[in-house]
Design a protein around this ligand. Sequence first.
Ligand code: UFG
Length: 344
Amino acid sequence: MAVLIVGGAGYIGSHIVKALQKDSREVVVFDNLEKGHMESIPEVPFFQGDLRNKNDVKGVFKKYQIDSVMHFSAYSLVGESMKNPEMYYENHIYGTLNLLTAMKDFSTRHLIFSSTAAVYGEPLKIPINEDHPASPTNVYGETKLAVEKMLNWFDSICGIKSIRLRYFNAAGADPAGDIGELHDPETHLIPIVLAAALGERENITVFGNDYATEDGTCIRDYIHVNDLSEAHILALDYLKSGNNSDMFNLGNGNGYSVKKIIEVAEKITGEKISVRSGRRRPGDPAVLIASSDKAMRVLGWKPGFNDIESIVKTAWKWHRGKAKTWITNKPGTEEQRHKGTKEK
Ligand code: UFG
Protein backbone atom coordinates (compact mmCIF):
# COMPACT_ATOMS: atom_id res chain seq x y z
CA MET A 1 0.00 0.00 0.00
CA ALA A 2 1.36 3.40 -0.99
CA VAL A 3 1.20 6.95 0.29
CA LEU A 4 -0.09 9.18 -2.52
CA ILE A 5 1.90 12.43 -2.64
CA VAL A 6 -0.22 15.00 -4.44
CA GLY A 7 2.07 17.74 -5.68
CA GLY A 8 5.04 15.48 -4.98
CA ALA A 9 7.23 17.01 -7.70
CA GLY A 10 7.14 20.41 -6.03
CA TYR A 11 9.51 21.97 -3.52
CA ILE A 12 8.11 20.65 -0.25
CA GLY A 13 6.47 17.52 -1.69
CA SER A 14 9.68 16.25 -3.27
CA HIS A 15 11.58 16.53 0.01
CA ILE A 16 8.90 14.47 1.70
CA VAL A 17 9.03 11.87 -1.07
CA LYS A 18 12.76 11.55 -0.44
CA ALA A 19 12.24 11.24 3.34
CA LEU A 20 9.50 8.62 2.93
CA GLN A 21 11.63 6.57 0.56
CA LYS A 22 14.56 6.77 2.94
CA ASP A 23 12.20 5.36 5.55
CA SER A 24 11.37 2.48 3.13
CA ARG A 25 7.77 3.58 2.62
CA GLU A 26 6.01 3.03 -0.68
CA VAL A 27 5.04 6.26 -2.45
CA VAL A 28 3.27 7.37 -5.62
CA VAL A 29 3.56 10.95 -6.88
CA PHE A 30 0.61 12.70 -8.54
CA ASP A 31 1.54 16.02 -10.13
CA ASN A 32 0.57 18.07 -13.17
CA LEU A 33 4.15 19.44 -13.51
CA GLU A 34 2.82 22.98 -13.80
CA LYS A 35 5.21 23.99 -11.00
CA GLY A 36 6.95 20.71 -10.19
CA HIS A 37 10.10 19.21 -11.64
CA MET A 38 10.58 15.62 -12.78
CA GLU A 39 14.24 15.91 -11.73
CA SER A 40 13.09 16.16 -8.13
CA ILE A 41 11.55 12.67 -8.12
CA PRO A 42 13.96 10.34 -9.89
CA GLU A 43 12.89 6.69 -9.80
CA VAL A 44 9.58 7.40 -8.08
CA PRO A 45 6.28 5.93 -9.35
CA PHE A 46 4.66 8.89 -11.08
CA PHE A 47 1.17 9.67 -12.37
CA GLN A 48 0.81 12.89 -14.32
CA GLY A 49 -2.54 14.45 -13.57
CA ASP A 50 -4.38 17.49 -12.34
CA LEU A 51 -6.59 17.63 -9.25
CA ARG A 52 -9.10 19.71 -11.17
CA ASN A 53 -9.65 16.79 -13.53
CA LYS A 54 -11.83 14.14 -11.86
CA ASN A 55 -10.72 11.43 -14.28
CA ASP A 56 -7.07 12.07 -13.47
CA VAL A 57 -7.80 11.80 -9.75
CA LYS A 58 -9.86 8.62 -10.12
CA GLY A 59 -7.19 7.23 -12.44
CA VAL A 60 -4.43 7.31 -9.86
CA PHE A 61 -6.64 5.70 -7.21
CA LYS A 62 -7.60 2.96 -9.69
CA LYS A 63 -4.05 2.29 -10.75
CA TYR A 64 -2.38 2.12 -7.32
CA GLN A 65 -3.26 0.69 -3.91
CA ILE A 66 -3.33 3.90 -1.86
CA ASP A 67 -3.82 3.82 1.89
CA SER A 68 -3.07 7.45 2.74
CA VAL A 69 -2.56 10.81 1.08
CA MET A 70 -0.33 13.84 1.58
CA HIS A 71 -1.62 16.89 -0.26
CA PHE A 72 0.86 19.61 -1.27
CA SER A 73 -0.64 20.70 -4.55
CA ALA A 74 -1.44 24.42 -4.42
CA TYR A 75 -0.77 27.85 -5.77
CA SER A 76 1.05 29.80 -3.09
CA LEU A 77 1.55 33.40 -4.13
CA VAL A 78 -0.34 35.81 -1.92
CA GLY A 79 -0.12 38.67 -4.44
CA GLU A 80 -1.37 36.50 -7.30
CA SER A 81 -4.28 35.31 -5.15
CA MET A 82 -5.40 38.93 -4.77
CA LYS A 83 -5.36 39.44 -8.54
CA ASN A 84 -6.82 36.12 -9.71
CA PRO A 85 -8.90 34.74 -6.83
CA GLU A 86 -10.70 32.30 -9.15
CA MET A 87 -7.43 30.41 -9.74
CA TYR A 88 -7.06 29.84 -6.01
CA TYR A 89 -10.70 28.90 -5.37
CA GLU A 90 -10.71 26.48 -8.28
CA ASN A 91 -7.36 24.86 -7.58
CA HIS A 92 -7.62 24.63 -3.80
CA ILE A 93 -11.30 24.06 -3.20
CA TYR A 94 -12.51 22.28 -6.32
CA GLY A 95 -9.22 20.35 -6.57
CA THR A 96 -9.31 19.21 -2.94
CA LEU A 97 -12.99 18.32 -3.28
CA ASN A 98 -12.12 15.95 -6.14
CA LEU A 99 -9.38 14.43 -4.01
CA LEU A 100 -11.69 13.95 -1.01
CA THR A 101 -14.39 12.45 -3.23
CA ALA A 102 -11.91 9.90 -4.58
CA MET A 103 -10.68 9.18 -1.04
CA LYS A 104 -14.28 8.57 0.01
CA ASP A 105 -15.00 6.34 -3.02
CA PHE A 106 -11.82 4.31 -2.59
CA SER A 107 -12.07 4.12 1.24
CA THR A 108 -8.80 5.96 1.86
CA ARG A 109 -9.06 7.33 5.35
CA HIS A 110 -5.88 9.30 6.19
CA LEU A 111 -4.85 12.68 4.82
CA ILE A 112 -2.05 15.11 5.71
CA PHE A 113 -2.84 18.57 4.36
CA SER A 114 -0.36 21.42 3.74
CA SER A 115 -1.83 24.49 5.32
CA THR A 116 -0.19 27.78 6.11
CA ALA A 117 0.42 30.52 8.65
CA ALA A 118 -1.56 32.71 6.24
CA VAL A 119 -4.77 31.32 7.77
CA TYR A 120 -4.13 33.46 10.87
CA GLY A 121 -3.99 36.82 9.09
CA GLU A 122 -2.55 39.79 11.01
CA PRO A 123 -1.34 38.33 14.32
CA LEU A 124 -2.90 39.56 17.52
CA LYS A 125 -0.12 38.06 19.61
CA ILE A 126 3.31 36.53 19.05
CA PRO A 127 4.15 33.67 19.08
CA ILE A 128 1.10 32.37 17.25
CA ASN A 129 -0.36 29.15 18.56
CA GLU A 130 -3.22 27.09 17.14
CA ASP A 131 -5.79 28.85 19.36
CA HIS A 132 -5.08 32.16 17.63
CA PRO A 133 -8.16 33.28 15.66
CA ALA A 134 -8.01 32.33 11.98
CA SER A 135 -8.79 35.46 10.04
CA PRO A 136 -6.99 35.45 6.67
CA THR A 137 -6.20 38.73 4.97
CA ASN A 138 -5.76 37.26 1.50
CA VAL A 139 -7.39 34.76 -0.84
CA TYR A 140 -4.48 32.33 -0.53
CA GLY A 141 -5.00 32.00 3.25
CA GLU A 142 -8.78 32.12 2.88
CA THR A 143 -8.89 29.16 0.48
CA LYS A 144 -6.50 27.12 2.65
CA LEU A 145 -8.75 27.79 5.65
CA ALA A 146 -11.83 26.84 3.61
CA VAL A 147 -10.17 23.52 2.79
CA GLU A 148 -9.40 22.99 6.47
CA LYS A 149 -13.11 23.45 7.21
CA MET A 150 -14.06 21.09 4.39
CA LEU A 151 -11.79 18.48 5.99
CA ASN A 152 -13.76 18.74 9.24
CA TRP A 153 -16.96 17.77 7.41
CA PHE A 154 -15.34 14.92 5.51
CA ASP A 155 -14.11 13.65 8.86
CA SER A 156 -17.43 13.82 10.69
CA ILE A 157 -19.51 12.57 7.73
CA CYS A 158 -17.16 10.21 5.86
CA GLY A 159 -14.58 9.26 8.50
CA ILE A 160 -11.62 10.72 6.60
CA LYS A 161 -9.12 11.66 9.31
CA SER A 162 -6.78 14.52 8.54
CA ILE A 163 -3.93 16.47 10.02
CA ARG A 164 -3.58 20.06 8.87
CA LEU A 165 0.00 21.34 9.12
CA ARG A 166 0.26 25.11 9.16
CA TYR A 167 3.74 25.95 7.91
CA PHE A 168 5.45 29.21 8.62
CA ASN A 169 8.26 30.06 6.14
CA ALA A 170 9.50 26.87 4.51
CA ALA A 171 13.17 27.26 3.62
CA GLY A 172 16.41 25.43 2.91
CA ALA A 173 17.08 22.38 0.79
CA ASP A 174 18.06 18.75 0.94
CA PRO A 175 21.47 18.80 2.71
CA ALA A 176 22.89 16.48 0.02
CA GLY A 177 22.11 19.21 -2.54
CA ASP A 178 20.11 16.88 -4.80
CA ILE A 179 16.79 18.72 -4.63
CA GLY A 180 15.66 22.17 -3.53
CA GLU A 181 13.48 25.19 -4.13
CA LEU A 182 13.04 26.38 -7.72
CA HIS A 183 10.08 28.54 -8.62
CA ASP A 184 9.42 30.52 -11.75
CA PRO A 185 8.93 33.31 -10.98
CA GLU A 186 10.71 33.19 -7.63
CA THR A 187 9.19 35.42 -4.96
CA HIS A 188 10.66 34.00 -1.76
CA LEU A 189 13.29 35.88 0.16
CA ILE A 190 16.07 33.33 0.63
CA PRO A 191 16.26 32.10 -3.00
CA ILE A 192 16.18 35.71 -4.20
CA VAL A 193 18.98 36.76 -1.85
CA LEU A 194 21.07 33.77 -2.97
CA ALA A 195 20.41 34.54 -6.65
CA ALA A 196 21.77 38.02 -5.97
CA ALA A 197 24.86 36.48 -4.32
CA LEU A 198 25.35 34.32 -7.42
CA GLY A 199 25.09 37.36 -9.68
CA GLU A 200 21.91 35.99 -11.29
CA ARG A 201 20.12 39.11 -10.09
CA GLU A 202 21.59 42.56 -9.74
CA ASN A 203 20.13 43.20 -6.32
CA ILE A 204 17.41 42.46 -3.83
CA THR A 205 14.64 44.89 -2.95
CA VAL A 206 13.68 44.98 0.72
CA PHE A 207 9.93 45.43 0.92
CA GLY A 208 9.55 48.07 3.63
CA ASN A 209 12.00 49.30 6.25
CA ASP A 210 9.54 51.20 8.41
CA TYR A 211 7.88 48.32 10.24
CA ALA A 212 7.71 48.40 14.04
CA THR A 213 10.58 45.92 14.37
CA GLU A 214 14.13 46.36 15.61
CA ASP A 215 15.64 47.14 12.19
CA GLY A 216 12.39 48.20 10.48
CA THR A 217 12.11 45.10 8.25
CA CYS A 218 9.68 42.18 8.50
CA ILE A 219 10.38 39.26 10.76
CA ARG A 220 9.63 35.66 9.77
CA ASP A 221 10.04 32.20 11.25
CA TYR A 222 12.02 30.05 8.80
CA ILE A 223 11.60 26.30 9.07
CA HIS A 224 13.78 23.81 7.19
CA VAL A 225 12.01 21.72 4.59
CA ASN A 226 13.47 18.50 6.07
CA ASP A 227 11.97 19.39 9.44
CA LEU A 228 8.64 19.76 7.65
CA SER A 229 9.20 16.29 6.15
CA GLU A 230 9.78 14.83 9.58
CA ALA A 231 6.55 16.40 10.86
CA HIS A 232 4.55 14.90 7.97
CA ILE A 233 5.78 11.40 8.70
CA LEU A 234 5.02 11.81 12.41
CA ALA A 235 1.57 13.17 11.57
CA LEU A 236 0.80 10.22 9.28
CA ASP A 237 1.88 7.71 11.92
CA TYR A 238 -0.20 9.62 14.46
CA LEU A 239 -3.33 9.12 12.34
CA LYS A 240 -2.46 5.51 11.56
CA SER A 241 -2.22 4.84 15.31
CA GLY A 242 -5.91 5.67 15.54
CA ASN A 243 -5.73 9.28 16.71
CA ASN A 244 -8.21 11.98 15.77
CA SER A 245 -7.94 14.75 13.21
CA ASP A 246 -6.01 17.79 14.39
CA MET A 247 -3.96 20.79 13.29
CA PHE A 248 -0.41 21.85 14.15
CA ASN A 249 1.79 24.86 13.55
CA LEU A 250 5.25 24.15 12.19
CA GLY A 251 7.93 26.75 12.78
CA ASN A 252 11.17 27.15 14.70
CA GLY A 253 9.83 29.69 17.15
CA ASN A 254 12.63 32.15 16.21
CA GLY A 255 12.14 35.27 14.10
CA TYR A 256 14.66 36.77 11.66
CA SER A 257 14.31 40.10 9.92
CA VAL A 258 14.81 40.57 6.18
CA LYS A 259 18.02 42.50 6.91
CA LYS A 260 19.28 39.70 9.13
CA ILE A 261 18.67 37.13 6.38
CA ILE A 262 20.70 39.23 3.94
CA GLU A 263 23.49 39.54 6.52
CA VAL A 264 23.52 35.77 7.12
CA ALA A 265 23.55 35.12 3.35
CA GLU A 266 26.52 37.48 2.91
CA LYS A 267 28.41 35.63 5.63
CA ILE A 268 27.69 32.19 4.20
CA THR A 269 28.28 33.02 0.54
CA GLY A 270 31.18 35.39 1.11
CA GLU A 271 29.53 37.72 -1.42
CA LYS A 272 28.40 41.32 -1.01
CA ILE A 273 24.70 41.53 -1.82
CA SER A 274 23.40 44.72 -3.32
CA VAL A 275 20.28 45.87 -1.47
CA ARG A 276 17.62 48.39 -2.52
CA SER A 277 14.86 49.78 -0.35
CA GLY A 278 11.36 49.35 -1.69
CA ARG A 279 7.82 49.96 -0.59
CA ARG A 280 5.96 47.62 1.70
CA ARG A 281 4.46 44.61 -0.06
CA PRO A 282 0.69 44.65 0.45
CA GLY A 283 -0.53 42.02 2.89
CA ASP A 284 2.82 41.45 4.67
CA PRO A 285 2.37 41.24 8.46
CA ALA A 286 5.31 42.80 10.36
CA VAL A 287 6.06 39.72 12.44
CA LEU A 288 5.12 36.04 12.07
CA ILE A 289 6.56 33.65 14.63
CA ALA A 290 5.11 30.25 15.45
CA SER A 291 4.58 28.47 18.65
CA SER A 292 5.01 24.83 17.67
CA ASP A 293 4.70 23.55 21.22
CA LYS A 294 1.65 21.50 20.30
CA ALA A 295 3.45 19.62 17.49
CA MET A 296 6.35 18.97 19.84
CA ARG A 297 4.12 17.79 22.67
CA VAL A 298 1.62 15.73 20.68
CA LEU A 299 3.63 14.46 17.70
CA GLY A 300 7.04 14.40 19.41
CA TRP A 301 8.41 16.66 16.65
CA LYS A 302 11.66 18.57 17.17
CA PRO A 303 13.17 20.71 14.40
CA GLY A 304 16.78 19.72 13.71
CA PHE A 305 17.71 22.89 11.80
CA ASN A 306 17.06 25.41 14.53
CA ASP A 307 19.50 28.11 13.51
CA ILE A 308 19.16 30.23 10.41
CA GLU A 309 22.78 29.74 9.30
CA SER A 310 22.35 25.99 8.89
CA ILE A 311 19.13 26.53 6.91
CA VAL A 312 20.70 29.08 4.55
CA LYS A 313 23.79 26.86 4.11
CA THR A 314 21.67 24.03 2.69
CA ALA A 315 19.88 26.45 0.34
CA TRP A 316 23.25 27.83 -0.81
CA LYS A 317 24.61 24.37 -1.58
CA TRP A 318 21.54 23.73 -3.72
CA HIS A 319 21.40 27.07 -5.54
CA ARG A 320 25.03 27.15 -6.57
CA GLY A 321 25.00 23.45 -7.45
CA LYS A 322 22.31 21.31 -8.98
CA ALA A 323 19.67 24.06 -9.27
CA LYS A 324 21.61 25.47 -12.21
CA THR A 325 21.29 22.24 -14.17
CA TRP A 326 17.53 22.12 -13.57
CA ILE A 327 16.94 25.57 -14.98
CA THR A 328 18.22 24.53 -18.39
CA ASN A 329 16.64 21.09 -18.27
CA LYS A 330 12.98 21.76 -17.60
CA PRO A 331 11.37 18.56 -18.88
CA GLY A 332 8.09 18.10 -20.69
CA THR A 333 6.41 20.16 -23.31
CA GLU A 334 4.14 23.05 -22.40
CA GLU A 335 1.22 20.79 -23.34
CA GLN A 336 2.40 18.02 -20.99
CA ARG A 337 2.92 20.45 -18.15
CA HIS A 338 -0.64 21.65 -18.41
CA LYS A 339 -2.14 18.23 -19.10
CA GLY A 340 -5.52 17.93 -17.49
CA THR A 341 -6.02 21.54 -16.57
CA LYS A 342 -8.19 22.26 -19.56
CA GLU A 343 -10.39 19.16 -19.33
CA LYS A 344 -13.10 18.73 -16.78
N1 UFG B 1 10.88 40.04 0.95
C1 UFG B 1 11.59 41.15 0.53
N2 UFG B 1 12.04 41.15 -0.74
C2 UFG B 1 11.82 40.14 -1.63
C3 UFG B 1 11.08 39.02 -1.19
C4 UFG B 1 10.62 39.01 0.09
O1 UFG B 1 11.80 42.08 1.29
O2 UFG B 1 12.26 40.24 -2.78
C5 UFG B 1 10.38 40.02 2.32
C6 UFG B 1 8.86 39.93 2.39
O3 UFG B 1 8.30 41.21 2.32
C7 UFG B 1 8.66 39.23 3.73
C8 UFG B 1 9.90 38.33 3.87
O4 UFG B 1 10.84 38.84 2.94
O5 UFG B 1 8.70 40.17 4.75
C9 UFG B 1 9.61 36.90 3.52
O6 UFG B 1 8.95 36.88 2.28
P1 UFG B 1 8.67 35.54 1.46
O7 UFG B 1 8.00 35.93 0.20
O8 UFG B 1 9.90 34.71 1.39
O9 UFG B 1 7.66 34.75 2.40
P2 UFG B 1 6.24 35.23 2.98
O10 UFG B 1 6.45 35.43 4.44
O11 UFG B 1 5.64 36.31 2.23
O12 UFG B 1 5.37 33.96 2.60
C10 UFG B 1 5.30 32.80 3.35
C11 UFG B 1 4.91 31.66 2.42
C12 UFG B 1 3.54 31.92 1.85
C13 UFG B 1 2.59 32.16 2.98
C14 UFG B 1 3.05 33.26 3.88
C15 UFG B 1 2.18 33.39 5.09
O13 UFG B 1 5.85 31.52 1.39
O14 UFG B 1 3.15 30.78 1.11
O15 UFG B 1 4.37 32.97 4.35
O16 UFG B 1 2.29 34.69 5.58
F1 UFG B 1 1.38 32.54 2.50
